[in-house]
Design a protein around this ligand. Structure first.
Ligand code: FUB
Length: 353
């Protein structure tokens, strides 16, 4: 029997993130990307796209260089502000509208402005963003403006009862708004098993239901939760909850909801298996039944997307690390068209030829 090469001691000690970085730096130059970065003068990630006033607006994270270590806690994602992008109707190129919110203007936040999102209601724009508070706990804040590009004015404190990362707002046809959120590892979802933050992490045992994404309806003023935070249940083909050890299908981070032909599509990143997967249900509350993969792994450890319909076509917004030559914390946002087939299934997108 042929023996496998042994992992070096050094390699065994590397975090999952650091191993991915080493591989990506090597393979970056050989990849042929199908889409170009939307902007290349700054690094951007986690694109949340919406159509407001017949224009596509993108609310991304703004990645920056840092000396922080690359680790599974995400310390290398040290972002300090947000820019808003829009897509020019004629040329299809993206415009950077400059800094829309900075950490210096958020009274409760200490660091790490991660993946944001935005919503529009009654002439006001609401910007939702996660950051660590002064105790190092991720919370979700909201800021508002009368322009989709900001500048946004942050509330004094984070949304009461909010925690973890990756807020995503879904506006239903009846004018209700729902906030979806949550992320594992650096996103701290595994620290909330008692309904309050616990510095000790805990995951369900193998075979048990995976840690769920969270959601709550937003109040009329868009600044608070209107109900208790709920769990998002993802079921397998037999109607059983996806389990914690099912890494290729269980929720990890980056929740997003869109609606197509009356069905609610809950899509998300599978994290350490690097896919954007989706599940379908009949209510914004779920349960959602697993269907498949929207986007195969991209260059970089993280995979994070959003979905928007513009002039009758569906677009997937995502990021990868091609612009930085594979540096996992320096990403660039991209967009591509995708289709739902006649049965409502989504054809998997590959970012590379
Ligand atoms: O950008 C920082 C974090 O990386 C996001 O919050 C996650 O979804 C992942 O993309």
């Amino acid at each position: 029997m042929a023996s496998c090469p042994k992992e070096t001691d050094e390699n065994q000690q590397l975090s999952d993130a650091e191993k991915t970085v080493r591989k990506d730096l090597k393979r970056a130059s050989s990849l042929k990307a199908k889409s170009e970065p939307l902007v290349s003068h700054i690094y951007t990630a986690d694109p949340s796209a919406h159509v407001f006033n017949d224009t596509i607006y993108i609310y991304p994270s703004h990645d920056i260089e840092t000396d922080n270590p690359i680790n599974d806690n995400g310390d290398h994602f040290a972002m300090e502000d947000y820019h808003v992008l829009s897509v020019d109707k004629e040329s299809g190129t993206a415009i950077d509208h400059g800094v829309a919110l900075s950490i210096d203007d958020v009274p409760w936040a200490s660091k790490q402005m991660w993946a944001p999102d935005a919503a529009h209601k009654d002439g006001q724009y609401y910007f939702y963003f996660p950051a660590r508070d002064n105790d190092g706990i991720f919370r979700i804040g909201v800021a508002s403006s009368d322009s989709p590009t900001g500048p946004f004015k942050a509330q004094e404190s984070y949304i009461e009862g909010s925690f973890s990362i990756d807020p995503a707002v879904f506006e239903d046809d009846d004018g209700s708004y729902y906030l979806y959120f949550g992320g594992l590892w650096g996103g701290q979802l595994q620290n909330w098993y008692q309904g309050q933050f616990n510095s000790e992490e805990k995951y369900p045992d193998n075979g048990q239901a995976a840690l769920p994404a969270k959601m709550a309806k937003l109040s009329d003023n868009m600044l608070e939760f209107d109900e208790q935070v709920q769990d998002i249940v993802i079921l397998d083909e037999n109607g059983q909850p996806i389990t914690v050890d099912d890494n290729h299908r269980r929720f990890f981070e980056a929740p997003w909801v869109h609606k197509h032909n009356g069905k609610y599509y809950f899509s998300y990143s599978t994290g350490d298996t690097h896919k954007i997967a989706y599940a379908v249900g009949d209510s914004p509350y779920g349960p959602f039944t697993y269907q498949g993969v929207i986007l195969n792994p991209v260059l970089g450890w993280t995979n994070h997307h959003s979905i928007a319909n513009y002039q009758g076509k569906w677009y997937l917004f995502y990021h990868d690390c091609t612009l930085s030559g594979g540096q996992t914390h320096l990403r660039c946002v991209k967009m591509t068209e995708f289709i739902h087939d006649e049965d409502g299934k989504i054809e998997t997108v590959n970012a590379y030829e």
